[in-house]
Design a protein around this ligand. Sequence first.
Ligand SMILES: NC(=O)c1ccc[n+]([C@@H]2O[C@H](COP(=O)([O-])OP(=O)(O)OC[C@H]3O[C@@H](n4cnc5c(N)ncnc54)[C@H](OP(=O)(O)O)[C@@H]3O)[C@@H](O)[C@H]2O)c1
Length: 294
Amino acid sequence: MPAPRILILGATGGLGRALYRHMASRFETISLTRAELDFEQPDKLSARLAEQEFDVLLNAAGMTSPDVCEVEPERAFVANAVAPQILAECCLARRARMIHFSTDYVFSGVQRDLWFEADETAPINVYGRTKLAGEQAVLKASPSALVARVSWLYGPDKPSHPDNIIQRALQTDDLSAVVDKVSVPTSNADISGWIEQLIIRHPTTCGVLHLCNSGVASWHSWAEAALEIAARLEVPVKTTCVRPVKLASLTQLKAPRPLLTVMSNARLQSLLGGEIRNWYDALEEYLVQKYQPQ
Ligand SMILES: NC(=O)c1ccc[n+]([C@@H]2O[C@H](COP(=O)([O-])OP(=O)(O)OC[C@H]3O[C@@H](n4cnc5c(N)ncnc54)[C@H](OP(=O)(O)O)[C@@H]3O)[C@@H](O)[C@H]2O)c1
């Protein structure tokens, strides 16, 4: 079988950049920017996509800020649900496979230790509702599509929680992080490797699949782990202690956040046939590469 040609959308974002770097060194890979394919102009998507040559579409684009989605619900619905449906229809028409990224925020976050792919969804904010609508529209339009739910992403292409807390700890020892919100930090580099495997070894896997590292963290334990690793790498952080605070104390957030959204990666493990590494090990590798590059 010839090597698949990959098209990546959202390749200026944190996950999309990591995917592009990984795929471009292995496959014929192209990307389209927002200026070239704007999800908020859905009537132009089909014609624009028809001009491209690809076998697999990786969609990492969308309106990703819960707070922006909360105040712009119509725009969020177009970007996160209407556009992905059109992309899925285009993929079906040309027999391409669509891999569409979604989120742990499709779950309510209430009274559940671990969420599986088939569990009931009940998003509590506009972001989660529009992403869920996108999942459903994509799977309905293209039964061969794969919806990859991810959580708490980080990597070298866009500062996220561990980078921000280390940056703050260079200035002050007065740090706080939310302790009652729990999920799984997940490395964009690890996701890129799993996606490669899914493209090569599992070309017909479809439906919903949770893509996350193993283990459980809160924003607080994730922050303290990042600081502890940074201190070990001789980054001059002023402290490795973070004051735990409750999510309810963050009154500036516009969108409510689900509390408990730890996803099971058992389906991913059984597909790939090996252990998925713990989030701590992936975080350590990321920080070593950042602060002690060879
Ligand atoms: N980050 C997380 O912790 C997290 C957690 C769970 C799920 N996810 C999901 O994972 C995926 C990737 O997230 P991310 O954090 O990498 O996102 P991101 O860094 O915010 O990047 C979003 C990408 O989407 C593009 N985009 C935004 N609006 C667009 C539009 N109207 N038309 C075309 N492109 C548009 C952006 O382009 P510009 O650069 O031009 O703005 C950017 O390339 C998303 O599906 C997100 O919902 C992320």
